[in-house]
Design a binder for this molecule. Structure first.
Ligand code: CP
Length: 362
């Protein structure tokens, strides 16, 4: 049995297989209508969501299964202090698979280590959002006809934007992909993606502050929201929130076949006037999310049926004597969760928290 916590849990072959399944679901939906009959999906959403929760639920219903769950932490026993580990054990009694969104980085990983059914990370804090990436990959594949040899611009909040982190991790494994990272200095890409992925794999990337200057070279523009909920200081949010606004005028600087993606929700970073541009793919992207989640549910349930045992965690070389500096990491709030760090760069001696991937400190 496998869970999906990071997009790196899936090989490129598996990503391609999920995309192929999603395309087959689009072509022949009737063939999948009974695929998950008598199966139940639990959606545990400790943080707000429209697309992810509803597309997961629509996905399971269209596969012939059922859904149960909650859409806010206050209506679950987390409000009484129940841990993530206990919640995962309990929900495993009632559902065959669960999707978890949580404000703490690493919470779905803790759930997966305690659940006896597959766990899907539906977005953890400022860390990862692998099923959004599945939606993004299908969208790029359908809009551009390929996932290789692309210049991808990522614009806005690259620091806290979990969709950006997972998308870079996925696209870095396709040939000929280059990134243009467009952000204010305060919202640059964090080290766990920059060093663990881009630098380690030698992926070409540039960092710029001007969207206008970057537009002409992009095949894909991935816009993101500056997320009010991730800022400790409201004044910093106010200063940065309008850093980039994509307008019709800016779209004139872009290639004729560039596509614009956005995980949504948007606030004002894409003008509504852009929506009618045929290159604006963000609403099609939201629909693609449902098809990829259907493909993922099918795959994880099939694997769980074939092998119901939870995958063993290889924790032999971990250190437990460091401290995680990330106040939003699940390790600081989960009951009796020992700190744990794995070596990610032997030469530089970098140990990263297994839950949130921040560098551990003495
Ligand atoms: N893209 C995304 O995660 O949207 P929701 O927050 O509405 O689920």
């Amino acid at each position: 049995m496998r869970s999906l916590i990071s997009i790196l849990d899936l090989s490129v072959e598996e990503l391609d297989e999920l995309i192929a399944t999603a395309k087959d679901i689009i072509a022949r939906p009737e063939a999948y209508r009974e695929s998950c009959r008598y199966k139940k999906l639990a959606t545990l959403f400790f943080e707000p969501s429209t697309r992810t929760r509803l597309s997961f639920e629509a996905a399971m219903l269209e596969l012939g299964g059922s859904v149960l769950g909650f859409s806010e932490a206050s209506s679950s026993s987390a409000a009484k202090g129940e841990s993530m580990a206990d919640t995962a054990k309990i929900v495993s009694c009632y559902a065959d698979i669960m999707a978890i969104r949580h404000p703490k980085d690493g919470a779905p990983y803790v759930a997966a280590r305690n659940a006896s059914v597959p766990v899907i990370n539906a977005g953890d804090g400022q860390h990862n959002h692998p099923t959004q990436t599945l939606a993004d990959l299908l969208t790029i594949s359908r809009e551009m006809g390929r996932l290789s040899n692309l210049t991808i611009g990522l614009c806005g909040d690259l620091k806290y934007g979990r969709t950006v982190h997972s998308l870079i991790e996925a696209m870095s494994r396709y040939e000929g992909v280059k990134f243009v990272l467009i952000s204010p200095a305060e919202l640059k890409l964090p080290g766990f993606v920059r060093y663990n992925v881009l630098e380690k794999l030698g992926i070409p990337y540039t960092e710029v502050t001007s969207l206008d200057d970057a537009m002409g070279q992009l095949d894909v523009l991935y816009m993101t929201r500056v997320q009010r909920e991730r800022f400790d200081d409201p004044a910093v949010y106010e200063r940065l929130k309008d850093s980039y606004i994509l307008t019709k005028e800016k779209m004139e600087l872009a290639k004729e076949n560039m596509c614009v993606l956005h995980p949504l929700p948007r606030v004002n970073e894409i003008s509504v006037a852009v929506d009618d541009d045929p290159r604006a793919a963000y609403f099609r992207q939201a629909l693609n999310g449902k098809f990829m989640r259907m493909a993922l549910i099918l795959k994880l349930l099939k694997e769980a049926e074939e092998n119901p045992r939870r995958e063993k965690v290889e924790d032999g070389g971990w250190r437990h004597d460091l401290r995680c500096p990330n106040s939003r990491c699940i390790c600081h709030t989960e009951q009796e969760l020992p700190p744990a760090f794995r070596l990610t760069d032997r030469e530089a001696g970098i140990w990263r928290c297994v839950y949130c991937e921040q560098v551990g400190v003495e």
